[in-house]
Design a protein around this ligand. Structure first.
Ligand code: C2O
Ligand code: CU
Ligand code: CU
Length: 471
């Protein structure tokens, strides 16, 4: 059987599963609209922008919540994307994005997940170091109406993680229709740095979306990855953020199913990069452009001190040529970018073994489709290993590992370099065509079953995922 035939079969299976879900989703949203409290008139006024200008709407900032005794319900909701443009979405507790979970190292999380969808789901805490039963892998999916209880202690460096559904073959759709939120971990080292906080620390969940003619989020999977027509930041269409001319900390997550963003400022000013997936980097770097793949995170400092009240600057995506978010200076502020002494990072070294993972086609790792009940390999607890990621095409493949962070060692072929935002601790790394990326990894938190997969969610759903066991 040729590889193309395999891909066609995967695709067919994927489409069949998906079409069943999409019908179910439409029914439940319609039912909500007919009788639910959230029912909204479609004739709600939408101010027509004057020709040639783009009307911009205030950036949504999701409410914050503690993970102690938190109930999270995944359910259809109607949300305002900005300026009264109401959209049917799937949301956590009615918010798109979901509430930002904020906790300190040492805190206990006790989260009650309720499935208010018409399909199975489960929530994964991307980047959190938790036991298998708290990791929310596809094996733990729960049916509609059911609930699942998580209980874990937060024990890792300060960082921006996130949460999203992880049911097999349905992750792309559920995330794309709105289910994702930030999970921020704080610690004493972070506090000691005295970074901007409150209104000066802003999460930015950047993604793309496609709206149907009624303005509802619409999921149109493609095997090469979902390709949305418009950007959304924190679920806001054409957003602006009113800022003062001071210092800000932006916690950036690429929450797109498949799209890579090339972030830059319209005036060419640099961002100061201080952290990524696994928390702070060892040193800060000024960069005028940063490419961020799905599921990657960035911790950026930006001072608007060079701008006066009334001026603005645009956060842009240089890949699609999109305006993502306008920063409007509305008040004077203070603060230049400080020179920080960031926490040191102990380097992994001396790997005892090397494993190679080939991301094949659009649905396989090392020639195999995901099988929920198959454990593909075992990793000794506490052993440092070299993992080598390769591909025979169909990239980008943002490679993600559950259960541990890794340190990127090298990228050969393709772009041929490790970028400043790929240093430190990572849990997701971008693999482009012709590239080999090597990382060092050590599982020293928990034994149990974890996942490695492509975080282009359409590839993941088609089977580009593998179970392994830490023993
Ligand atoms: Cu963000 Cu296994 O996923
Ligand atoms: Cu994950
Ligand atoms: Cu992929």
């Amino acid at each position: 059987m040729t590889q193309l035939t395999d891909i066609d079969q995967d695709l067919e299976r994927f489409r069949l599963t998906r079409s069943g879900f999409m019908r179910a989703t439409v029914v439940s949203v319609a039912a909500l609209g007919a009788g639910g409290a959230a029912s909204l008139s479609p004739s709600r006024a939408r101010a027509a922008p004057p020709k040639g200008t783009v009307t911009r709407y205030p950036l949504h900032v999701p409410p914050s919540t503690s993970p102690a005794s938190l109930t999270l319900a995944e359910a259809p909701a109607v949300v305002d994307l900005g300026g009264g443009q109401y959209s049917n979405v799937l949301a956590y507790n009615g918010f798109f994005p979901g509430p930002s979970i904020v906790a300190r190292r040492g805190d206990a999380a006790s989260i009650h997940l309720v499935n208010g969808l018409s399909e199975e789901t489960i929530t994964h805490w991307h980047g959190m170091l938790v036991e298998e039963r708290n990791d929310g892998g596809p094996k733990y999916a729960i049916p509609p109406g059911a609930s699942y209880d998580y209980a874990f202690t937060i024990n890792q460096r300060a960082c921006l993680n996130w949460y999203h559904p992880h049911p097999h073959m349905l992750t792309g759709e559920q995330v794309n229709l709105g289910l994702a939120g930030a999970f921020i971990v704080r610690d004493d080292l972070e506090t000691a740095l005295g970074l901007p906080y409150g209104a000066h620390e802003v999460p930015l969940i950047i993604r793309d979306a496609t709206l149907d003619t009624a303005g509802n989020l619409q999921y149109k999977p493609r095997t090469g990855g979902f390709d949305g027509q418009i950007p959304l930041v924190n679920g806001t269409r054409s957003p602006y953020l009113a800022v003062d001319s001071g210092l800000y900390r932006f916690r950036v997550l690429n929450g797109a199913n498949a799209r890579i963003f090339g972030l830059a400022l319209s005036n060419g000013s640099p961002f100061t990069l201080i952290g990524n997936d696994g928390g702070f980097l060892e040193s800060q770097t000024n960069l005028t452009r940063i490419d961020i793949a799905p599921a990657e995170r960035l911790d950026l400092l930006l001072s608007f001190a060079g701008l006066s009240v009334g001026q603005s600057v645009m956060l842009r995506d240089l890949r699609a040529g999109w305006d993502l978010l306008e920063f409007r200076v509305v008040a004077p502020g203070t603060g230049a970018v400080p020179t920080l002494t960031l926490p040191t990072i102990s380097k992994l070294s001396d790997p005892v073994t090397t494993r190679t993972f080939s991301f094949d086609g659009m649905s396989k790792i090392n020639g195999k489709l995901y099988d929920m009940n198959r454990i593909d390999f075992q990793v000794p607890f506490g052993q440092t290993e070299r993992w080598r990621f390769t591909t025979n095409g169909n990239a980008p493949h943002p490679v993600h590992v559950h259960g541990a962070s890794f340190q990127v060692q090298s990228r050969t072929g393709g772009r041929g370099t490790v970028y400043p935002w790929e240093r430190g601790w990572k849990d997701t790394v971008l693999l482009e065509d012709n590239e080999t990326v090597e990382v060092l990894i050590r599982f020293d938190a928990f034994r149990g079953n974890y996942l490695i997969h492509c975080h282009k969610l359409e590839h993941e759903d088609m089977g580009m995922m593998s179970n392994f066991q830490v023993v």
